[in-house]
Structure formats: structure tokens, C-alpha cells
Ligand binder design. Sequence first.
Ligand SMILES: [Zn+2]
Length: 440
Amino acid sequence: MVIKMKDEDLFKKIDAIVCDYEKEIISLAKNLVKIPSENIVPDGFEKKAQEFLYYKLKDTKYLDLDMFTPLEVKEIIDHPAYFKGRNYKDRPNVVGKIKGKSDSKSIIFSSHMDTVTRNPLPWKENDPFSGKIEDGNLYGRGSLDMKGQIASTFILLKIVSDLNIELDGSLIVESVVDEENAGSNGTLASRLRGYNADIAIVPEPSMLSVCPACKGGKVYKVVTEGKAGTGYGGEELINPAYGLGALMRSISDYYDYINSNANPSGFFYKGEKKPREVILDKVQIGDLSPGGNITIPGKAWFSIFIQSLPGYSEQDLDNEFSSFILNVAKNDKKFLANMPKITGITRYLWPFETNPDHPSIPLIKESFEGFSGQSPKVEGAKFACDGFIFHKYFNTPTIIFGPRGGNAHAQDEFVKVGDLILLTKIFLYVVLKWCGGKIN
Ligand SMILES: [Zn+2]
């Protein structure tokens, strides 16, 4: 460990304390990975993992522990950020809070327990719920996104309680449901239940970059319509696949077009050459069920996730994408009979940017440097997430800062175990400095 001049003793102390909890962090991360908690829209199977976490923390002394489903928060369905269409039976959030002595600055660490599904299968490295550690990497669905971070932050809570560290401001740690697939209602439910703070840290896997900015995005469905049949009577049919193919081919032009601006919006994205990702993820033409007919289908569609940058409203993104697609269609005679239809099929994940001068940024940097001897990158996150719930709807400065690893949403997802330990150290220092408190 490299120690900088500033607060040398405190860094040493924290290092020693967290080392004593190393095994506990790793074992909690492993155990959570072993319990599947997949988000399969409109359902989610987080309950077992959330209960495991709850009972693990239940006897922690100075901790107020809460478990509730989003719909137990009555006002949620009328909130403008509530996204309809998901089921919340047996999907509880878990929130732990250590109340500060005074009204000093408070902090919240927010992670999500739901994961994407185990697909695509098969995995090369073990199975999706093995929780195996090899070469310092913990493998399994959700290891990186983001059960490892749940372990880091909930054990942080336990450390503060076990050592009876008195904080001036409150410390809140949560594990929410339904973040994947543009969810975020779990995150919204916790805010409406009153768990708010002066700053939010969302430890999504930023690869140890400190990210005061986050991208946004939305999933769209593009449908082309034709005239179905096989034309036995010589009638004129229209195959919607040709129109769909033309639109799909145009997506690479759309990608170039939206990334052609040399100065992308958002302070933390300046200088990035291709800041906006476009993911064309699903296509359907015709009836895919077994025994489907040989026929020209009536409809075809693809879905696509498009990222946006800070400064883009939902309307901006809607307009940008639909005018591009409609313009392609207007100049193509395949669409003479039917123009394509474009609809948003998820909520808009709002991009956001915390003030570049926010004091939490140098604080996290200082802590990072103290424990690693290196300076972290400060940049915009490469992805979209639920952090906008804090930033846009609850006026909370929000920083994304999480571990390294790989293969999120793919086979062989893993997190670097060493980073989970490092994060607990960094976070403990940040909590002591931000909330006010010292180790006796
Ligand atoms: Zn995530």
C-alpha cells in the first residue's frame, strides 16, 4: 500500500480495519452471486438474495434496516419518474441506515440486486452462479453488476457499526430491485420512502474511474408493415423484411452521424471521439414459433438502444432518431404503402452531470490516491444507469464510481476482488471526511 502525506495515520488505520473484514466482503459477494436474482421483464427474482442480505445484516447493532417493495411506497405510482408495466410482488429493496448525530452532510451508496439473465449460455468459465474465484476474479452473473459492490458497501456499514464510529451526518446503504432493462423504480421507491442524502455514490462498474457524469438512453422499436400471404391468386404482396433491412443498414450511418460532432455535449465527455453507443439488439421477421408457416409476414421489427449525453432531453432523442429513420424511409420506394412506426419501449434513462466543482470529486480522488498511490481518471461514465433518479428527481449530486472487471451482460462476467476491498477502504475514508466522524 502506498500512503500519501495527507492523513497518513487515518489511511493506515482504515487499511488495517478493512483488511480484517476482507474475508467477510469476499464471502458476502460470493454468496450473493450464488443466489440468482435475474430481472426478466416484467418480473424479477431478487427476493432470495435480498433476504439473504437482510438477515446477514439484521443483528448489526447501530443499524436501522428496512425491507419493502416499491409498491409499499404508496405515492410511487403517481410520480413522474415511475415506469409502468413491471410486477413488484416479492421484490423488496433493502436499505440500511446509520443515523448521524447531527444534521451534517449525509451520504448514500446505492447498488442494485437484480441482474440481467444468465444468457447467453454456455459460459466458458464455470457456470453463471458458481461464485468461483480464479486469479483474483470472482465469476458469476451480477458479480460486477453489481453484487460485489453490495458486499463492499454493506460491509462498510457493518464496519461503522461494529467499531461504533459516531458519524455527524447519516450513512445510508441500499440494494434496490429492478434497475436492469431501464428499470429504476426500486431506486425511486427508496427516495420516496425518505432515504435521501447530500450526495449519492452509485458504484456501477466504472473501472475505477470517478464519474461525475453519466450517459442516458432509451430503447426503441421500429416496425415495418407489409402485406402478408403467398400470392396464390397473383395479388401483390409486400414483404416488410426488405424495408426493415434497409432501415437496419442505415443504423451504421446513424451511428456515424450522431458521433460526428467533434465537441460532444457534457463537460466530462469533451474530447471523446465516439461517445454515443448504439445497440441494435433484437430482430424479428415472421412467426418464429415452431411450425411457423412459409409466408410473407405481415410485420417485421427490430429494437435498438441509443445512448444520449448530458443536455439531451427525451424529446431531443425521440426527434433525432425518428427523423433520421423517417428520412431514410421517405427516400425509399419500399415504404410507399406504409411508413415505418417508431415507438419507445422503455423509459428514458436521463443523462446527467454533477457540477465539475463539486467537493466530493477531489475527496474521492484524495481517498483513492491514499490507498492506491495512483490518481484515478475523472471522466464521464460509459453507460447509462439509474443514477438519474437521484440527480434529476431528488436534486442530489451523484457520482458513479465502481470496480474493474469484465463481461457485464455477457458470458463469464467477473469482478476484480481486490477492487471490492479497495472500494470499502476508499468509501470508509470518504464517509469519515464527508459526514464527519473519526475512528476511536
Ligand atoms: Zn448495473
